[in-house]
Structures are given as C-alpha cells and as structure tokens.
Design a protein around this ligand. Structure first.
Ligand code: SAH
Length: 329
C-alpha cells in the first residue's frame, strides 16, 4: 500500500469536491459522535488527524484544548481547510501537511491518532491501511487510536423492497413471455454490493459479528477477515440476502453504529444478495464469509465471499456460494 494504488489520483481528486465533505459533515450521527469523542479525550494531547478533509476533526480537537494537531490530507481540500482554521482562530494549534500520510516525514510521538477512515461496510476504500501505517510509525506506545475498536456485523434479511430495488425481481417473472429465471443466479453470482436502507423488521434474526478488531493493535491484514458464524432465523420468511454494517467505538464510551436499529448514517447498510430462499423459524444459517484483496477492478474495493447453508432440524436444506464485489456506495 505504501506505493499507493493505480487509481489513487482519482481517489484523492474525488475528495477535492466540497460536496463530498458536505455529505459527511451533514451526517449528524457521524459528525456529532466524533465531536463528543474528541472532546472527551483531546485536552493536552498531541494529535495526528489522518485525512483531515475540511479540517473539522482537527478543529474539534484544537477547540477542546489539544496541545497540538498535525492534520494530513493528500487532497486539494486541505488548502481550504488551512484557511478555515484561520477563519476560526485555530490556525496556531493546527499544522496542515498536504501529502499521503505514508510519504510524509512527521515528528511523530502522538498521544492520539484521529481518523474517519471508514468506507461502505467499513472496509471500502482500504483507507485503514494508511491509518495503521501511520499508527505503526508515529503513535507513542501509550497512545490510542480514535476510533479504537471496529466490528463488522451481518444479519439475515427478508426485504422484498430491497430485492426489487436492486432489480433482481425482474428475472423472477416471465420476460416478454420468456423464462429468464436462470439469470437471477447468474447476476447474484458476481454482484456488486449495494447500499440499502434496511428496516428493523427486515431482519430475520439477530446479527453476528464477522470481524472484531482492536485498532490500537490490529495489523492491516487483520481487516481481510475469514469467519464462520451460525445465525438463528427467528421467523418464517424469505432469505433475500445479508445486511452488513459496521460499528466503531471512537473512545470507550462513545460509539458510532450503522445498525438498521439506530438512527441512519450516510453509510446506510450494505446488501449481499442471494437467490431468494424460503426459511422457517428456528432454521440455522451457517455462514462462512471472507473479505479479500483483489486485482480485479478497483483495488480499493475488497472482494467478499459469502458461502453458506440453511439447516432445518439438523438437515441441510439449501446451499449457496457467492462472490460479491465491494462498492463505493
Ligand atoms: N476527517 C474529515 C474527512 C474524512 S474523508 C471528516 O471527518 O469530515 C477521508 C479523507 O482522508 C479524505 O479527504 C481523503 O483525501 C483523505 N485520505 C485518504 N487516504 C489518505 C492518505 N493515505 N493520506 C492522506 N490523506 C488521505
């Protein structure tokens, strides 16, 4: 990663757009959780803000009494951030550095590394690699990451609206009088995960954690998880796929979650479709899931393998195996 990905100039150009930063800052669940967390811990600390964007997290930290903040971004937005800090009388406490954090030579020895690096389903964009690299080079042994902990959650979903919105329902009815149902399996087979808005009632059962990482210590490879979990179906319905989301503990007492049970965020939830299958209360879904690096398409998007079986009264009644591409939305 230290050398960057082929498409990185596009990646950083996309963050030069103020509209992208507006979408993030307008996400009150996100931005206010960071504000509260930073205000809890920033006082007197030497802080590194990886991917400062408009500088908002650095300004929260400076305003809360940080000893000093180094703010880094490789996108042109940082040139505006510098002026915004000036406008707010905070310029003397924040030093802005334009460049990839991997390529800069900073003074190091930070008490706290703050970053809002999460993409869709947490992992998209792979920005965690840059943040982990910065931690290994610059965080003092007693320091902490903010966020400090990451969980990825997956739950079985029955939601015909999401299924129809993705267009998959088309293949289930005659198309110009022809049977196209075979294309449903084919389309789901290489699906690009999609953002969706699940309702609490869409869940067929409770979520399971597919990844649980202590960000003060995790390696970048730890994010490419392999996991096996058993889910319990709590009502009769149709399994349309799996909903995924992330939760982070920013500091021990302030969390940010994209659960469909909680107020919405701009990340929404991610959907991993399957060919619809009828399930019954008390069925078990055995799910093996993994996230891998890929050379296919955009290298900043992981590939997800979703492999499972539905077990009814001890007997396997259905098997599935899908490969889904990550997505920027
Ligand atoms: N912290 C801001 C912006 C978050 S968006 C906020 O919370 O609103 C993530 C930012 O990280 C983008 O501006 C992007 O350009 C920057 N970024 C991503 N990878 C980076 C890297 N390796 N080095 C420097 N900046 C990076």
């Amino acid at each position: 990663m230290a050398d960057g990905y082929a498409s990185d100039s596009d990646y950083f150009a996309s963050y030069a757009d103020p509209g992208v930063h507006r979408l993030m800052i307008q996400d009150h669940t996100r931005t206010d959780a960071y504000r509260r967390a930073i205000e809890n811990v920033a006082h007197g600390k030497r802080i590194l803000d990886v991917g400062t964007g408009t500088g908002i997290l650095s300004m929260f930290a400076a305003r809360a009494g940080a000893a000093h903040v180094d703010a880094v971004d490789s996108s042109a937005i940082i040139d505006v951030a510098r002026d915004i800090a000036e406008d707010n009388g905070l310029a003397d406490r924040i030093t802005f550095h334009r460049g990839r954090v991997e390529e800069l030579a900073l003074d190091g020895d930070y008490d706290l590394i703050v970053s809002e690096w999460m993409g869709f389903f947490g992992l998209a964009e792979l920005m965690f690699e840059s943040v982990i690299d910065a931690r290994d080079r610059y965080m003092r042994p007693t320091g902490h990451m903010l966020p400090r902990h990451l969980r990825l959650c997956v739950a079985p979903v029955d939601d015909s609206h999401v299924h129809q919105d993705l267009g998959l329902g088309l293949w289930e009815r005659p198309v110009y009088g022809l049977d196209f149902s075979r294309l449903l399996e084919a389309e789901v087979q290489s699906f690009i995960t999609a953002a969706c808005d699940l309702k609490p009632a869409s869940l067929l059962g409770p979520e399971v954690d597919v990844l649980d990482l202590d960000l003060d210590h995790a390696t970048a490879d730890d994010f490419f998880f392999t996991t096996a979990a058993t889910m319990i179906v709590e009502r009769d319905g149709t399994l349309h796929g799996f909903g995924g989301w992330f939760e982070v503990d920013l500091v021990p007492n302030v969390s940010l979650s994209c659960s469909p049970m909680l107020p919405p965020t701009h990340w929404r939830q991610s959907f991993f479709p399957v060919r619809p299958f009828p399930v019954l209360e008390n069925d078990r879904i055995r799910l093996a899931m993994n996230a891998e690096r890929t050379e296919i398409g955009d290298q900043r998007l992981p590939l997800y393998f979703v492999d499972g079986e539905v077990i009814r009264e001890g007997t396997v009644v259905h098997r599935f195996f899908y490969r889904h591409h990550g997505s920027f939305e």
